[in-house]
Design a binder for this molecule. Sequence first.
Ligand code: 5GP
Length: 183
Amino acid sequence: MSGQLIVITGPSGAGKGTSIALVRSRYPDLELSISATTRSPREGEVNGKDYFFVDRPQFEAMISSGELLEWAEFAGNYYGTPRPPIEAGIRQGKRILLEIELQGARQVRHLFPEARSIFILPPSLAELERRLRDRDRDSAAAIETRLQRAREEIEAADEFDVQIVNDNLDETVEKLASAIFRY
Ligand code: 5GP
């Protein structure tokens, strides 16, 4: 039995993290890949659980040794998916979620054409901006960079197998669960 990769992409603030956490609380067998990043931990984030927090030389060493399945630079930091847990999970027949940005999603689609890809959209850019400011997680400059990147990502939404507009969290969780399990 071979596993399945499910790529979930969408602009920062679209509600990916919350929706994925809710789906996983319902289906505890769903694995979520833990990425490496050079971004500093936000309050409450735990190393090895939310991300593997590394510095730039460490990340660059991971790139050169081929340890990353894909990687990208996003808003001034590196983000990448460690390869060994993905390969092991696929061998064990697991369903693994990758919550990654657009460049990484494209790399994964290229490597694993059978991966399913899901794009989560905010109801509008104005709503996205409001959510990013309200959650008060990032600096004003970081929010601007994220909004710029959001516009670019949204234009690519139709490259994905499934698009979900997150204007109601319960409905989004239902749609996400059915997109993950519909094959
Ligand atoms: P954040 O800093 O808000 O946690 O994440 C910023 C962006 O990086 C999000 O769009 C998130 O999906 C993406 N991201 C997180 N981990 C990875 C990864 O391993 N690879 C890629 N390409 N993007 C990632």
